[in-house]
Design a protein around this ligand. Structure first.
Ligand code: SD4
Length: 285
């Protein structure tokens, strides 16, 4: 049993996944429980209710989930008024022939599936939006902690999920990497799983999560695969050095790794015994 969740905040989130796995949950349930924990935490300004809104003051959530054994996946983009984006993504995977629902269609589907309508803006996130509108900052886009969890259960099955309110104050309708299978998330039962965080456009540019999995398939360690994917991004688009993109990977044998363009990235890693925080070095160092 292994689990990985990103950023420092991932320690708490990963503890939820670890506990679920220890209780015998399968990897999908562990991933969903961990990410629901993040979405339900209103203090967190990166996911679910309390997530920072778009430029028009509306919270639009992106999320995806993928199951290694069957390569099935589901995702939502620009989901409004529904806090449990990861669970809606799972329903897209399990209840529809589709992989990605966006905007109004995603919201209608969520209602049909019984997810309550809720106001995702909190006093705090509304205040940050107002500050941003007045040109006084409001939030540092580089300090936005999208949450991703990758997990291997007791039967060796691998799954991954990612959930986010996206880059703060994005244009309405902008969908980021977290809704796009291959960019923000990818899982291959025979190889492992990878997830991305940071400026989503950079992850989409190189299909970052798919690329990390393919690099692990060719024999690179999780650390080396993440670094190589970032080097590939920087060599094809040097201006990407100005924007944070961070990657984390969990190989099918449980080995973990990560890489980031800029310093400051970390992930929490549960190896079946302990849950600890691993600091990740920048590829520019
Ligand atoms: C996005 N990748 O929507 C997300 C944002 C993010 O930490 O990861 N923030 O571009």
């Amino acid at each position: 049993m292994h689990a990985l969740s990103i950023w420092q905040r991932g320690t708490e989130v990963n503890a939820v996944a670890a506990e679920a796995l220890k209780q015998g949950a399968d990897c999908l349930d562990a991933v969903e429980a961990a990410l629901r924990f993040s979405e339900d935490d209103v203090r967190d300004s990166s996911t679910g209710r309390g997530g920072l809104p778009n430029a028009a003051g509306q919270v639009e959530l992106d999320a995806a989930i993928m199951f290694g054994p069957t390569a099935e996946a589901g995702a939502v983009g620009g989901l409004r008024r529904t806090s449990q984006a990861i669970s809606v993504a799972r329903r897209v995977m399990e209840e529809t022939p589709h992989m990605l629902l966006v905007g109004e269609g995603a919201e209608t589907f969520a209602r049909q599936q019984g997810f309550d309508e809720s106001d995702l803006l909190t006093d705090d996130s509304a205040a940050k939006w107002q500050e941003w509108r007045r040109g006084r900052g409001g939030a540092d886009p580089e300090r936005h902690d999208t949450m991703a969890t990758l997990a291997i259960d007791g039967r060796g099955q691998i799954a991954g999920g990612v959930t986010t309110s996206g880059t703060p104050f994005k244009l309405p309708g902008r969908v980021g990497d977290s809704a796009i299978i291959g960019a923000g998330l990818y899982v291959d039962q025979g190889v492992g799983a990878a997830a991305a965080t940071g400026v989503g456009e950079e992850a989409i540019r190189v299909s970052a999560s798919f690329l990390v999995v393919e690099l692990m398939r060719s024999g690179l360690s999780p650390d080396a695969a993440c670094r190589r994917a970032l080097e590939r991004l920087l060599s094809s688009h040097p201006a990407s050095a100005e924007r944070q993109l961070a990657l984390a990977a969990l190989r099918a044998d449980g080995a973990a790794g990560g890489g980031s363009v800029k310093p400051g990235f970390a992930y929490a890693y549960f190896d079946g015994g302990h849950n600890r925080l691993v600091q990740v070095g920048s590829v520019l160092d």
